[in-house]
Ligand binder design. Structure first.
Ligand code: SF4
Ligand code: SF4
Length: 324
């Protein structure tokens, strides 16, 4: 194994003057409502799919909402999954979070709009002014279908057109539609601004589609993507790319420093990636949504691992795209 792989993330941080990685503040509660999804994408860090049964119950959703109401500092409720809309309590979470005056984000795979009994979703999202963050890893059909499944591109385009028809992506509508790109294989994303311009041109030219921002996100070496790296013998080369690409200017903007992530069963983690690795927040911090204490969580030490290099390589990567 190359020596590079022995350099832990904490050692690299220390070399750049960060003795430990600590939260700065928490303004976002990221809620993962479970692993149920209508797709089984090759790069999925959640290992989500149609047969997964781990989903947030109403009681846990109530505990989440109680925290949202208690802490106005949590300005954003960021709902993810799986396909979060497949959780029967998704709409309740949205309605109640909005009623508490929070900004709500839905990390949407777009094809869920075509699942039985979900056709009302675009209008529901628009009626509640939910920001839609939608996965579309390319503007070309073959690349999307290769990563996300046959026919996904066509349905994604149709879903984006439905959202546009409701006002999403249109200036002045207050309805934000952001797209998410991730590389097809073990590569770093290209520069975000240039790719956003290409997406804008191509989607407008081909389908008349409008959107607000494009977020480039690095594939994390965990779960299904990690299995793929091992199967194809590319794990070490990919890790070397991430480690060599460490960008110190991404550290201040790491998403674990301003959000806290709650699992489908109420456990707390520093981010969705740590959650998927079953890494809870540090022992000294409250461990579940039922013990939530914003002040203590906001000064916690972040639990790190080799996967964290995925967030600091190149331009950096977060749920809001490039960092640096
Ligand atoms: S990447 Fe998203 S849409 Fe694809 S299987 Fe995972 S959760 Fe579902
Ligand atoms: S993987 Fe999570 S804990 Fe690690 S740097 Fe990224 S956001 Fe922070």
């Amino acid at each position: 194994m190359p020596k590079l792989l022995l350099t832990s993330f904490d050692e690299t941080l220390a070399e750049h003057g960060h003795k430990t990685l600590r939260a700065l503040r928490i303004d976002t509660l990221q809620v993962n409502v479970g692993k149920l999804c209508n797709q089984t994408c090759t790069h999925c860090h959640v290992d989500a799919g149609p047969t997964r049964t781990e989903i947030m119950t109403r009681a846990t959703a109530e505990a989440v909402l109680e925290v949202v109401r208690r802490y106005p500092e949590l300005r954003t409720v960021d709902i993810t999954g799986g396909a979060p809309e497949m959780n029967p309590h998704f709409e309740y979470l949205v309605e109640q979070s909005k009623a508490s005056g929070r900004h709500v984000m839905d990390r949407c795979n777009l094809t869920v709009f075509f699942v039985r009994d979900k056709q009302h979703l675009p209008k529901f999202l628009a009626d509640h002014q939910v920001e839609v963050v939608a996965s579309l890893p390319c503007y070309l059909e073959d690349n999307v279908d290769q990563q996300r499944g046959k026919g996904v591109y066509g349905r994604s385009i149709e879903a984006l057109q439905q959202l546009n028809a409701l006002g999403y992506g249109q200036e002045g509508s207050g309805l934000t539609l952001n797209l998410v790109y991730n590389p097809l294989g073990p590569k770093l994303p290209p520069p975000q601004a240039g790719l956003e311009a290409d997406y804008r041109d191509e989607l407008a030219k081909r389908f008349g589609i409008r959107f607000n921002r494009l977020y480039t996100i690095t594939n994390m070496p965990i779960n299904r993507f990690l299995d793929d790296l091992h199967r194809s013998g590319q794990y070490e080369a990919y890790m070397e790319k991430l480690i060599m690409g460490f960008n110190p200017s991404s550290v201040d903007g790491l998403m674990c420093r301003n959000l806290i992530s709650v699992n489908w069963d109420g456990r707390l983690s520093d981010c969705d990636f740590n959650q998927m690795l079953d890494l809870p927040v540090e022992d000294a911090a409250p461990q579940t949504i039922h013990e939530f204490d914003l002040a203590r969580l906001a000064r916690r030490r972040v639990v790190t691992g080799m996967h964290c290099y995925g967030c600091t390589a190149g331009a950096g990567s977060s749920c809001g795209g490039a960092i640096a």
